[in-house]
Design a protein around this ligand. Sequence first.
Ligand code: 13P
Length: 253
Amino acid sequence: MRRPIVAGNWKMHGSQALNRALLGELEGQVKPEWPIDVVVFPPFVYLTDTVRTLEEGHILVGAQDVCAESGGAFTGQVSASMLKDVGCTFVIVGHSERRRWYHEDDSLVARKFAAAVSGGLRPVLCVGETLEEREANMTEAVVGRQVDAVIALHGISGFAEAVLAYEPVWAIGTGRTASPEQVQAVHAFLRHRISAHDAKIAAHLRILYGGSVKAGNAAELFAMPDVDGGLVGGASLSADEFRQICAAAAVRH
Ligand code: 13P
């Protein structure tokens, strides 16, 4: 059975004091015996402090982005090996906010995915359609294209280490969650798409849902057979909400 993941993407929020308070609460409330992986994704500048605060603990740390290059004269960028060096396990690639505000296209996202895998990190590849694309019945075409770009560059093997996250753009930060049935349909489609390349990798691949996941809707989303946890934005900034979401994932199996 696939072990669920609950991932907290803090986005550009927090401070040293706020983070330590949040992590202190989380460490007490998210039980190590729960059969789930819990990962927090702070901004770059707080990664080292977060790793130190969580040292010896059961909560893992990831970064929100990575450079596609492995090193060199790229001012302002952070490489996969640097993230690994400071204790990251995961890294998000292709988040819709990066695709939208920083114009990251499928080919750059694919290069970031490849850089993450070669640097020893587990990429969390985000895919998802806009509202216009959903209304034009293009959801499968869009998420299929986003996944195919990674497979075309890197092959299917990287998905053995990766996590996929379906985040419909219209559900992010809007309070408008996709229905469990809508989510299940896309997750099943994505698993099938991967399965066409490698059935074993597809069967083991964890596919997370992201987009206004909260304590109040987590259980019904995680009850879907192809939903293996959540990528949580706003609700991951509240220890109590995040704990309840983790608890919902822990009872799933
Ligand atoms: P919200 O949970 O705030 O909608 O954000 C989802 C997200 O983008 C996580 O990466």
